[in-house]
Ligand binder design. Sequence first.
Ligand SMILES: Cc1cc2nc3c(=O)[nH]c(=O)nc-3n(C[C@H](O)[C@H](O)[C@H](O)COP(=O)(O)OP(=O)(O)OC[C@H]3O[C@@H](n4cnc5c(N)ncnc54)[C@H](O)[C@@H]3O)c2cc1C
Length: 414
Amino acid sequence: MTKTVHIIGAGVSGLSAGVRLARAGHRVHVHEATQHVGGRCRSYFDGATGLTIDNGNHLLLSGNRHALDYARTIGSEAGLVGPAKAEFSFIDLRGSRQWMLRLNDGRMPLWVFDKNSRVPDTTPRDYFALAPLVWASTDRLVGDTIACRGTLYDRLVQPLLLAALNIDPPKGSAGLAGAIVRETLLAGGKACRPLVARGGLSSVLVDPAIAYIEGRGGSARTGRELRELVRTGERITALKFVDDEITLAPDDAVVLAVPARAATALVPGLTAPTKFRAIVNVHFRYDPPAHLPPLLGVVGGLVEWLFAFPQRLSVTVSDGERLIDTPREELARAIWADVCKAAGIEANLPPWQIVRERRATFEATPEQHALRPGATTSWTNLFLAGDWTDTGLPATIEGSVRSGDRAADHVLRM
Ligand SMILES: Cc1cc2nc3c(=O)[nH]c(=O)nc-3n(C[C@H](O)[C@H](O)[C@H](O)COP(=O)(O)OP(=O)(O)OC[C@H]3O[C@@H](n4cnc5c(N)ncnc54)[C@H](O)[C@@H]3O)c2cc1C
């Protein structure tokens, strides 16, 4: 029987739930509070640079199974592009040392034994010292589980975990860090090819999902903020929006895929993460030099990752609280100085834009992780999705899609 499912929130979590349900033949209606779809993963035209930019540079890996399945379903998998092998270029700005990390395809980490593939000035023994992280429990800190110092830490572990957890790694959850290590370094090079939505996040991960849902008889509307979930007994019986109310039929279901703060305001008694961390992205209108790889890991500066897009160089700084109050022009100049060093260019500051997402991710600490709920609620037709629900991963696209898939599976079993 065809169900009608209302998805609240048009971020990747909500859209992936909607796509899975539409694929199973159900009628999906997406309601988004703001005027744009995509949530924290979207593109828009930026007047300062004269380019369409993403709110933030998003990196996926070829082992992000749920995210890739989602892209395949909506027909945009080819829009996620990356090298044929799991190769990562790095530069250390202190001394301008450069290297390439090359993971072999198989699960056996042979690259650790090859000095041309592993991080320079490290030995295989350094990598084995990371073993306690692999199955660490979520209530432990990274800093209490492995030694957060030394060359391997500075050149690989710190950049990897900072990007994944969005918090200074020693303060992060060892369990979440372990999940990342298991799904990346330990899964072998085949699972670690870096992928980016080169044509923009919206055109690869958002707009095709909306088209997919609409093409199967569903709808997606913006400017529809849910104000109340009307509860009668064990069910949600109506949805109150700013301007109207929808009464639900007995088989209708709701997937609430809004950020943690919005969810706790709508669902009585819900516990969810309460602390968040920022990510700062700076976009420069500048044609990338031919020698620059699409993705460059930068150590020893303000810049952490440098992305080369057509007509644009773009920088990510994770755990960016410290940069939130820096005057914009000062920040753009400081970052551009790092970009010039890293990319080997000499140029005046080109047109730029800074995007500071204050609540980019929940704080991936043991304390905040413990607050993450599962997908089910006290109401039989209400399910939760979101990168902040308990996906076993930090706040990522892969985690978001997993949460959406899981919520959809609950609806399908209803
Ligand atoms: C700058 C930045 C960089 C990132 N980099 C990466 C990366 O490299 N790799 C990676 O995997 N992940 C990255 N992430 C994380 C990733 O973007 C998120 O995990 C993901 O987008 C979260 O999706 P979501 O659907 O769970 O939440 P959201 O995207 O927040 O979507 C929730 C939606 O609900 C809407 N909403 C809220 N309240 C209501 C209401 N009452 N009624 C209706 N709608 C409502 C919101 O407007 C929003 O559109 C990054 C995030 C940021 C911000």
